[in-house]
Design a protein around this ligand. Structure first.
Ligand SMILES: NC(=O)c1ccc[n+]([C@@H]2O[C@H](COP(=O)([O-])OP(=O)(O)OC[C@H]3O[C@@H](n4cnc5c(N)ncnc54)[C@H](O)[C@@H]3O)[C@@H](O)[C@H]2O)c1
Length: 421
């Protein structure tokens, strides 16, 4: 089966592709994404998925997509943010009007079923902002294309989706993504005033399960992927049990409530949302606690390491800990070796970052560096996949280097990756 996903490197697209790969064994997927809000870091490394960097409005000029005959087209690749659509009306209409028109034409030509991602915000009036206006027009256009030309389609409405891979940083971040980042980094949770505005929250796992059901069995309008979890933003912030909260000014084009519609999902397709927002937030709380405890453990671990005369390899988890440890080791005038188990991208970031932080230079791409501490660090690179271009010269260590008692092992964890990024 062939499936085209527009916006396949975005939040929902990434999880959808993962789910499609696990549901269908015989599948070939193309993602078309222009990376305005999506990220190449979301790519799934699987030969069944091809990622094409391009715009939907250009779909008829993209050879591999023209040669492809998808059974389903999940159209998620639109300009997807309300407030930003005031700042970028041109981008909004290029993507959402011209781009979507081209996708509709493509589906008709290929006899593919179009699964269109609409937004529940259209029920608050289509003049709210350029984003909602364009979404609302697309709904009408798709329905008319069915009436006029027989387009096969389903229209799906999303309600504040949250979960893994949600956007936590930058202008495209969603409310839950922003709270997640602020909470994890011990910052104030910023509530957009007045905070009494409510939203319905639906977990990404429920969304992708619903999308596949709709593709297989749905037809027409009004597939609402909404949970029964409606909360005000104040209530969501309270779920974090966290005292650092502040209010920021109201924003243009935002609505006070999410309007829920008569839903065909449960009645016709037997879909109900299973995940709960509080569970997701509790998981974030546990992770934070775990990281804090882990940091304390690491401090003890370092102390013991010194007491035990370097009998065990050191394992560090956060960049701060790694730096602290390196400085301790440098002060102790030990010759140290750093071995990283990061993948190539992270390794090529972490070494310059680390060395810069501790004021050492990289000499000849690898080997020794001596500066501030007058002692040497031998920094090496163990890559299980391939040698990154930037670090071609770094020596590749043998497996047995792992047993070196004086080694620092840096283990890749989400936390470090976030800090580096
Ligand atoms: N996440 C939600 O809560 C929510 C709610 C309502 C509607 N939606 C809709 O669902 C869809 C997916 O949302 P998401 O949360 O994954 O957003 P997202 O911003 O993470 O994903 C959208 C993806 O589309 C890509 N894209 C944008 N314009 C494009 C173009 N012209 N050509 C090719 N690629 C393009 C972006 O780079 C991004 O990867 C969007 O249409 C959005 O409007 C999402």
């Amino acid at each position: 089966m062939n499936i085209l996903v527009t916006g396949g490197a975005g939040f929902i697209g990434t999880s959808l592709i993962k789910e499609l790969l696990s549901v269908y064994k015989n599948i070939s997927i193309i993602s078309l994404d222009n990376y305005t809000s999506g990220s190449k870091k979301n790519h799934i490394n699987d030969s069944k998925v091809e990622y094409i960097d391009g715009n939907t409005w250009n779909i008829s000029n993209i050879n591999n997509i023209q040669k492809f005959n998808p059974q389903y087209v999940f159209h998620l690749g639109e300009f997807s943010r309300i407030v930003l659509s005031f700042e970028k009306p041109k981008e909004t209409f290029w993507s959402n009007s011209i781009g979507t028109f081209e996708v509709i034409e493509y589906c008709l030509q290929k006899k593919s079923k179009l699964i269109y991602s609409a937004s529940s915000a259209v029920f608050n009036g289509n003049d709210l902002n350029p984003y909602v206006f364009s979404k609302s027009q697309n709904i009408d256009l798709i329905k008319n294309y069915n009436k006029w030309f027989g387009l096969n389609y389903s229209i799906v409405y999303f309600y504040n989706v949250y979960g893994e891979k949600q956007i936590c940083n930058g202008p495209y971040a969603t409310v839950l993504g922003i709270f997640e980042k602020q909470f994890t980094e011990d910052e104030n949770l910023t509530i957009v005033s007045p905070g009494t505005q409510s939203r319905i929250f639906t977990h990404i796992d429920d969304i992708v399960r619903g999308l596949i059901l709709i593709a297989e069995k749905g037809f027409g309008d009004n597939y609402h992927l909404s949970s029964n979890e409606e909360y005000t933003i104040n209530e969501v912030a309270n779920m974090f049990d966290y005292s650092k909260i502040c209010y920021i000014p109201e924003r243009r084009g935002e609505r006070m409530v999410s309007i829920k519609q008569e839903n065909r999902m449960e009645k016709e397709l037997g879909w109900v949302a299973k995940e709960r927002l509080q569970n997701y937030i509790d998981k974030l709380k546990r992770n934070k606690l775990y990281l804090e405890e882990e940091r304390n453990d690491i401090q003890n671990y370092i102390q013991n390491h010194f007491k035990n005369n370097y009998k065990k390899p050191l394992v560090f988890f956060t960049i701060d800990d790694v730096q602290k440890a390196i400085i301790l080791l440098l002060d102790s005038k030990q010759k140290i070796k750093i071995i990283s188990s990061f993948d190539d991208k992270i390794s090529s970031k972490i070494f310059p970052y680390l060395l810069d932080e501790i004021k050492c230079d990289i000499t000849n791409g690898f080997g020794k560096c001596q500066k501030k501490y007058g002692t040497s660090i031998e920094y090496s690179y163990l890559n299980l996949k391939k040698i990154p271009i930037e670090y071609e010269n770094i020596i590749k260590l043998d497996e047995h280097s792992y047993s070196n008692d004086h080694s620092i092992y840096i283990i890749s964890m989400r936390y470090i990756i976030q800090i580096i990024e």
